[in-house]
Design a protein around this ligand. Structure first.
Ligand code: GTP
Ligand code: MG
Length: 370
């Protein structure tokens, strides 16, 4: 339930905290300035002081944001978003590099690809795939914790000369918790002593039964070094993505997730956003976590300025008023006033939460002393 600290309530009405406490006492509530009251109680107090309450609740925020419910006929196929995970040094980055080189989208040659942590490749069959280069599991977990469900498919990289290791298990657990289908890429098969079969039997212990063991999880032997098996891996991804029937509506206000964000000395706050639904356009007004902004420029994974980014497209977004956090959700709204109001509401809600947590600790400490 929504709450507000008594001191904050007084502050917002420009009244003295002791007067608000007295008013609450008359209602039979014994509270201090550091304690919170629920929204209904707050409204009674506000009435008593002759003010008018304007509640901005979570549901109001959602109403402003979720203006569009997609109709089935508006949905179009979209590219799958694939996150590569696995144990340290098992070849995640090498595999991504190899996929990229083998399938460079025309026009990239010669240009230095800007690292934005996410990029798209086009397979020979013409299918677009979006790969996420999240640095380690922490980012994946924090994104999930923030409610940003960005990954459609996890590619679990396991080195055939090392088999299943602690972070392999972590990755399996993350994929399972997120209910994201997994494809196992058994890497480094070019190496002496590579034992793909050991990888498969190791995986059994973690309830991952690959197709070669009569299970459901696709497994592909690859070598990031020689490029062997990369086609098979891309095919496995394409197959999995077909099964998922990924759809979105490109003709609506954009919804996306922040993959990473930083404060750039020259450009100000920059967020790499993966558009999940709708199309993000230059000039769009948006709210992202506790920040808001107006899209000043969009830069794609090749470092080119673009006018818009549709579903499953990763872009750098310029024009923020502050730096959001990885996993923050971006929503396009209609007016600057709305964007500001939602951002303000979120900042305040986060502050209240911290204050409430702080008050709880103080109370504990007091009890401990007594
Ligand atoms: P972290 O990002 O540190 O977790 O590692 P990673 O999983 O991204 O591994 P990375 O791609 O950096 O590769 C680690 C080492 O393995 C590098 O020295 C690569 O050259 C080597 N390597 C990766 N793939 C292969 C492969 O298929 N065959 C061989 N022989 N070596 C490989
Ligand atoms: Mg790496």
């Amino acid at each position: 339930p929504e709450t507000i600290l008594v001191s904050e309530l007084a502050n917002r009405m420009a009244e003295r905290t002791p007067d608000v406490i007295k008013s609450l006492m008359r209602m039979g509530l014994m509270v201090t300035g550091n304690q919170a009251v629920d929204a209904d109680t707050a409204e009674l107090v506000i009435d008593e002081f002759g003010h008018r309450a304007v509640r901005v609740s979570d549901s109001d925020v959602e109403q402003v944001i979720d203006q569009v419910q997609d109709k089935a006929e508006d949905l179009r196929p979209r590219a799958p978003i694939i996150t590569i995970m696995g144990h340290v040094d098992h070849g995640k980055t090498s595999l991504l590099d190899a996929i990229r080189k083998a399938n460079v989208v025309s026009g990239e040659a010669g240009g230095i690809t800007q690292h934005i942590g996410a990029y798209q490749v086009k397979t020979e069959s013409g299918a677009l795939l979006t790969f996420l280069d999240t640095p380690g599991h922490a980012a994946f977990t924090s994104m999930r914790a923030r409610g940003a469900h960005v990954t459609d498919i996890v590619v679990l990289v396991v080195a055939a000369d090392d088999a299943v290791m602690p972070q392999t298990v972590e990755a399996i657990n993350h994929a399972k918790a997120a209910k994201v289908p997994m494809i196992v890429a058994i890497n480094k098969i070019d190496k002496h002593g590579a034992d793909p079969q050991k990888v498969r039997t190791d995986l059994l212990q973690h309830e991952v039964v690959v197709e070669a063991m009569s299970g459901e999880v696709q497994d592909v032997e690859v070598s990031a070094k020689t490029g062997k098996g990369l086609d098979n891996l891309l095919e496995a991804i394409a197959l999995q993505s077909e099964i998922l029937e990924l759809r979105s509506n490109p003709d609506r206000a954009a919804l996306g997730a922040v993959i990473e964000a930083k404060l750039d000395v020259g450009r100000g706050p920059v967020a790499t956003v993966l558009v999940q639904n709708g199309t993000l356009k230059r000039g769009d007004i948006f709210v992202v976590g506790e920040q808001w902004g107006k899209v000043r420029a969009l830069i794609n994974d090749k470092g080119e300025r673009v006018d818009e980014a549709g579903p499953s497209v990763p872009v750098e977004v310029l024009g923020l008023d502050g730096t959001p956090a990885a996993g923050d959700v971006l929503n396009v709204v209609s007016t600057e006033a709305q964007a500001r109001e939602i951002a303000d509401y979120r900042i305040k809600a986060a502050k209240d939460k911290r204050a409430a947590a702080g008050a709880a600790i103080t109370l504990d400490q007091m009890l401990a002393k007594a």
